[in-house]
Design a protein. Structure first.
Length: 255
């Protein structure tokens, strides 16, 4: 059997994600809302190579990325997961004093005019940080560029759920690769909750943030934590990346 035949044979046997695989929380499950039952919306699959299938896997582009037009691919990649946010855009933004700089930088990043790749929207609850974050994703979708929104606790729950999966859905490494490398990633509410995250959660977020920082991948973060609080609650490395003022890779705006 050739490599191509082996790949397609594996794809035909792939089992779609099941409702029982949903995270045990109130957060939306991206696998149940994605239109692709094979990759769960990630865009590629890890296919077992010759030898030990449990230890050796090779990523291949999912069939859903090879079919259809760009609009269909964008809708699969850019889905917000939370319908309540769909109305948020730059068009529906209501200007308030003190947010002019944030809107300016958000527009620049969304339209590919920014010199920085990481934007941190910092401020207290209720000042429009989430609205601007979603507006960036909506604007990039309109411009046919790839961008995704994720609520931080839901993202961590999604990554954690990969340990309990019994089917052929994407594994942890696939999720890390997707969130670390592709399109723009918007992380909403970094700082939610009073308790300090687990070491595992901190490690996963460090991997994603660092990958994007090092390679200049688009990243937008909303938080109510300053650099010192962020270092104490999450990690000094995450705080250093997001509040970097030396390299020009990151921009921080107080709202």
């Amino acid at each position: 059997m050739t490599d191509l035949e082996r790949i397609w044979d594996w794809l035909r046997q792939a089992v779609p994600p099941r409702a029982s695989d949903a995270p045990k929380s109130g957060y939306p499950n991206p696998y149940l809302q994605s239109s692709c039952a094979l990759c769960g919306g990630l865009g590629w699959l890890n296919v077992p190579t010759q030898g030990d299938p449990a230890r050796s896997k090779a990523p291949i582009l999912c069939a859903c990325q090879e079919e259809g037009d760009l609009d269909r691919r964008l809708s699969r990649f850019n889905h917000l997961l939370i319908p309540e946010l769909a109305h948020m855009s730059f068009d529906t933004w209501k200007p308030t004093p003190g947010t002019e700089a944030a809107v300016k930088e958000a527009l620049a990043l969304a339209r590919g005019e920014a010199k920085f790749s990481t934007l941190v929207l910092f401020g207290q609850y209720g000042n429009g940080k989430t609205h601007l974050l979603v507006s960036i994703v909506q604007e990039m979708t309109r411009l046919k560029r790839f961008a995704r929104y994720r609520y931080v606790p839901a993202l961590l729950q999604e990554l954690r759920s990969t340990f309990d999966r019994q089917d052929s859905g994407p594994d942890l490494a696939s999720h890390q690769e997707s969130y670390g490398s592709h399109g723009l990633l918007g992380l909403d509410d970094l700082g939610a909750g009073k308790e300090r995250p687990s070491p595992w959660s901190i490690e996963q977020l460090e991997i994603i943030v660092n990958e994007r920082y090092e390679n200049g991948r688009g990243l937008v973060v909303t938080t109510n934590l300053g650099v010192r609080e962020l270092a104490e609650k999450w990690s000094p490395r995450i705080a250093e990346r997001l509040f970097d003022r030396r390299t020009g890779k990151a921009k921080q705006v107080v709202m």
